[in-house]
Design a protein around this ligand. Structure first.
Ligand SMILES: [Zn+2]
Length: 117
């Protein structure tokens, strides 16, 4: 019995065959019953089939990253601590001032590189 329900955009961790490392993956498709069927690696974009047996737990951060600051210009791979969402890692920049950040539960879009008011 698997009660946990997932949605596209949620996070799950597993070993990426291409990166050869345990990484946060983004759920890219789910079955009608809310189970993960495909995931995308947050670093290399490799799409793979997902099996619960291959799931790993997120690695604990060795140290808390700096607080998220919308005036900072982030790069992919940088980490931050968000006051509501916790620790996240920038997976990609989608627009000059928008980025995708993978938090412990799901992928979120945040703004960055905003000018000081
Ligand atoms: Zn990968």
């Amino acid at each position: 019995m698997e009660k946990e329900l997932f949605k596209v955009g949620y996070r799950t961790d597993k070993l990426c065959i291409r990166c050869n490392e345990e990484r946060g993956h983004i759920v890219t498709s789910v079955t009608k019953r809310g189970q993960i069927s495909r995931v995308t690696c947050s670093m290399c974009d490799t799409v793979s089939r997902f099996q619960l047996a291959s799931r790993t737990l997120p690695r604990p951060a060795t140290k808390a990253p700096s607080p998220y600051d919308r005036t900072i210009t982030y790069r992919a791979g940088q980490s931050m601590t968000h006051e509501m969402f916790g620790i996240g890692e920038v997976t990609k920049l989608i627009e000059p001032r928008k980025m995708e950040v993978l938090f412990h539960d799901r992928l979120r879009r945040l703004i960055h590189a905003q000018d000081h008011e």
